[in-house]
Design a protein around this ligand. Structure first.
Ligand SMILES: Cc1cc2nc3c(=O)[nH]c(=O)nc-3n(C[C@H](O)[C@H](O)[C@H](O)COP(=O)(O)OP(=O)(O)OC[C@H]3O[C@@H](n4cnc5c(N)ncnc54)[C@H](O)[C@@H]3O)c2cc1C
Length: 386
């Protein structure tokens, strides 16, 4: 493998940066293009499980990542009337996921890229043409409104759920995106919900609707509204606040819903989106490969999307290092390694969705019972270790 092999990485998210770092290490020369005019920061709560932390360590970024799990936290489930009881939440799952902001992972990856790898902002691919020798990519500089063509040995589409590379090379979104019939809205709170310390997780999980508060060390909590719907498109006919106010009408949780909606009005930086998995029979075509949400979007329910993006980037670099002159063999080996992980977490996401937002009263009741057992075990374990 020589330093002359050029790879175009589309997307400066977790998956794109992880891939660029690992391929650079494997001897490739990456160019990263990003649609936004500048690097995004912040984001929302992300839990990093041990496999994700291991991938971050392999990329040399874990030590530079701002980890934010509060050293001591309590988890509360709140009922419709606002009565609270001890419970178990995201941070209490097996493997003790580490709480970070998405931006914390991206910042650690960025530090590793800076000065080593070329990044072009405000740049998007508009055409990809493959020949035996190269992938010829037409790039649009949206700032200068100028297009130009460049040849690459490899193109990695790490451009997220609604990937342009996927659309250009593999087909339309409808072919691969599977709706989970849910909407989420994630945003930062200016202050914790009144009556709770900053370090506490607070959960209101009712049939079809839920509100989660995720605590951090060193910053205010983030909130997540989640609800189920059959008609996803209808949820975008109004603005996010109007829609959420209407969808959460009649659900109070002791003032928690009204408080979160009020905080949302003050917070322009929010994510309001529908939830979809991406299911594809193959993630590569010729010299083009998809990676991360563009290839397999595991969704927030899995709690593994960020981890899988880093694992995928590391694994792709490993496969290309093992098959330096044989892209098809490298892609086949890579897919073989990634498929079991992706399949497992796409299946688990459907189960975990019931933990986030139960789909009906019976499943809400089952959820409550399961969580109560887990919470009792946690309390007993904490007493024993005290
Ligand atoms: C509310 C929420 C909570 C989550 N919680 C967790 C969690 O607890 N644990 C976990 O592991 N994961 C979690 N996830 C999932 C995780 O955030 C994603 O799986 C991960 O960030 C995906 O990274 P990515 O780089 O593949 O895609 P993205 O983050 O979507 O990045 C894609 C990048 O490509 C850029 N781009 C898009 N189109 C173009 C284009 N045409 N040209 C150039 N650039 C383009 C975008 O601007 C962006 O920078 C959560 C997700 C959400 C929404």
């Amino acid at each position: 493998m020589t330093g002359q092999r050029r790879v175009l990485v589309v997307g400066l998210g977790i998956s794109g940066m992880a891939t660029a770092i690992r391929l650079h290490e494997a001897g490739w020369t990456p160019v990263v293009v990003e649609r936004s005019p500048e690097r995004r920061t912040g984001g929302y709560f992300v839990g990093l499980f041990p496999v994700g932390k291991a991938a971050a360590a392999r990329l040399g970024v874990l030590a530079h990542m701002h980890l934010r799990t509060p050293p001591e936290h309590h988890t509360w489930t709140v009922d419709r009337a606002g009565r609270r009881h001890h419970s178990a939440g995201f941070l209490d799952q097996p493997g003790n996921p580490e709480g970070v902001m998405r931006g914390d992972i991206e910042e650690a990856l960025r530090k590793r890229i800076e000065g080593r790898i070329e990044v072009r902002f405000a740049t998007v691919p508009v055409a990809v043409q493959q020949t035996a020798e190269a992938a010829r990519v037409t790039l649009l500089d949206t700032g200068g409104d100028r297009t130009y063509e460049e040849d690459y040995d490899l193109v990695v589409g790490a451009d997220g759920l609604r990937s342009t590379v996927r659309r250009l090379v593999f087909g339309p979104d409808e072919k691969f995106m599977r709706s989970m019939h849910a909407i989420v809205c994630a945003f930062s709170l200016g202050h914790q919900v009144p009556g709770y310390p900053d370090s506490d997780q607070v959960i209101l999980a009712q049939p079809g609707r839920s509100l989660w508060i995720f605590p951090f060390r060193d910053r205010t909590p983030t909130a997540l509204f989640a609800y189920r719907t059959r008609d996803v498109d209808a949820e975008f006919r109004n603005d996010a606040i109007t829609t959420l106010t209407s969808r959460f009408a009649g659900l109070d949780g002791g003032g928690m819903v009204a408080y979160a909606l009020d905080q949302l009005r003050r917070q322009p930086d929010r994510l309001f989106d529908s939830v979809h998995q991406v299911r594809m029979p193959r993630w590569h075509d010729g010299r083009v490969v998809l990676l991360g949400d563009s290839a397999w979007c595991l969704t927030l329910y899995s709690g593994m999307g960020a981890s899988a993006g880093m694992i995928g980037g590391v694994a792709l670099g490993d496969a290309l290092a093992a098959h330096p002159d044989d892209l098809p063999a490298a892609f086949t080996a890579w897919e073989k390694r990634m498929r079991p992980l992706v399949r497992k977490h796409q299946l688990l996401a459907h189960l975990k969705a019931q933990f986030f937002v139960p789909s009906n009263p019976f499943l809400a009741w089952v959820r409550g019972k399961v969580v109560a057992v887990v919470a009792r075990r946690l309390t007993a374990a904490q007493r024993q270790s005290a």
